[in-house]
Design a protein around this ligand. Structure first.
Ligand SMILES: *Cc1c(COP(=O)(O)O)cnc(C)c1O
Length: 409
């Protein structure tokens, strides 16, 4: 402890700026392409960068097609809509996630059923199966909740912090009960399986639909933006149609369906193309920085750097520390404030969605692990610009703050 503490102190003297949690990286052609889009006058939902973005993404994912849209939230909404989720339906979702994974269920007038997580922080497939088997029944056409006879229409699986969910187990439940899976891969662009049934497959390309986000904090960004992919090429084409106001005739403006203004703009896509060029480098740095953290936290008794699922090559998007594993709940607020004083920005995971006001009273199925993880996870700086020195500084600061019993209640 003495050695790292002195090291931290000497480094702290030099530190003037805050080490942010996660900031975008524009080291590539972002300015050049954005300027090009502006100069050419193609800034809105027409322009060559949009198609290029969609193609680059499809090639990267090895997916038949992608549809670029305004946000990850819009991507999820379009996927649910294409899936046929209607008012009164139920959709199985995780409770430990960002609320944008769940809100689109309500946009469709359906209600979520909240599921617990396993030790990967992603949906627990054992509880998922138990819910489908014990709480629901098959009526010959679809799965219904026994209590209110409502139709269970789909499952939204989130690959939390870039860590892949147990897709083999989840897909086997989904196939058995006839439920389409929407993968919320908004945090997991670039994560893929390296072993098992889905070896070589990218996050978002295993279920019926995959949603991506290019918000400012994601592994690549277009400011705001997202994309959908679908295993069925026609479904993806229809999603693109819905995202552009369901326009059947470009000249006379004829519409057969109610669409959305969800299409990505060329200005966003210009930045997106540049970011796609950088993606392999971002993935490399995220992994390298994860290794530095792992070395720096090795043998630490007050916290554990959470591992990613074996048999996968994750994108290492976010790094999570489990605080005082096996101990009582940490004072997260105190710890975050103490780290802020030392120039390190950190944050907890999200408030569990089933406990949020708009979702009060909705079905939450045997939630347990999610509560414990939410109480003791701290996310630490993960930007691709981090230097090794900054990583060592963060690790020293965390170790120092957690030592003693100040924040151990
Ligand atoms: C970021 C995120 C979204 C939403 O993406 P936006 O582009 O911000 O709309 C949805 N789900 C999860 C899990 C996310 O992290």
């Amino acid at each position: 402890m003495c050695r790292t503490e002195t090291a931290a102190k000497s480094r702290r003297v030099e530190r003037v700026n805050m080490i942010p949690l996660s900031i975008p990286n524009f080291e590539g052609n972002e300015e050049k392409y954005a300027l090009d889009a502006v100069r050419e006058g193609w800034v809105s939902t027409g322009g060559a960068y949009i198609g290029r973005m969609e193609e680059m993404l499809a090639r990267f994912l090895n997916a038949p097609q992608t549809a670029a849209c305004q946000s990850g939230t819009a991507a999820l909404h379009l996927a649910l809509r294409e899936c046929g989720v209607e008012a009164g339906d139920l959709v199985i979702v995780p409770t430990l996630t960002f609320i944008a994974a769940v809100n689109p269920v309500r946009y469709q007038g359906a209600d979520p059923v909240f599921m617990d997580c396993d030790d990967s922080l992603c949906m627990d497939p054992v509880k998922l199966r138990a819910f489908c088997e014990e709480e629901c029944e098959w009526d010959g056409e679809c799965l219904r909740d026994k209590r209110d006879r409502r139709r269970v229409r789909a499952i939204v699986v989130v690959h939390v912090f870039g860590n892949l969910a147990d897709m083999e187990a989840i897909m086997s439940v989904a196939e058995e009960f006839g439920l389409p899976v929407i993968e919320d891969a908004t945090e997991a662009l670039g994560s893929r399986f390296t072993a098992g049934k889905y070896a070589g497959m990218q996050a978002g390309t295993i279920g019926a639909f995959g949603a991506y986000s290019f918000n400012g904090n994601k592994i690549i960004t277009t400011g705001g933006g997202g994309a959908v992919t679908a295993r069925d090429r026609k479904a993806c084409e229809h999603i693109r149609y819905l995202s552009t106001q369901a326009k059947d005739d470009e000249l006379f403006y004829i519409h057969r369906e109610i669409g959305f203004n969800y299409r990505m703009t060329n200005l966003q896509a210009a930045v997106g193309v540049a970011q796609m060029e950088m993606l392999p480098e971002f993935l490399r740095r995220k992994e390298q920085n994860y290794r530095y953290y792992r070395e720096a936290f090795a043998g630490c008794e007050t916290c554990e750097l959470l591992p990613f699922r074996p048999g996968t090559a994750p994108n290492y998007w976010f790094y999570s520390l489990l605080l005082y594993p096996g101990g009582s709940a940490p004072d997260l607020r105190g710890i975050i404030a103490a780290l802020r004083e030392r120039g390190v920005q950190t944050r907890p995971v999200w408030g569990l969605i089933h406990e949020q006001k708009p979702y009060a009273g909705m079905t939450a199925y045997r939630i347990n692990a999610a509560r414990d993880y939410a109480a003791r996870i701290l996310n630490i700086p993960c930007s691709t610009q981090l230097t090794k020195e900054e990583i060592l500084y963060v690790a020293d600061a965390v170790r120092e703050v957690l030592s003693g019993d100040r924040f151990f209640t």
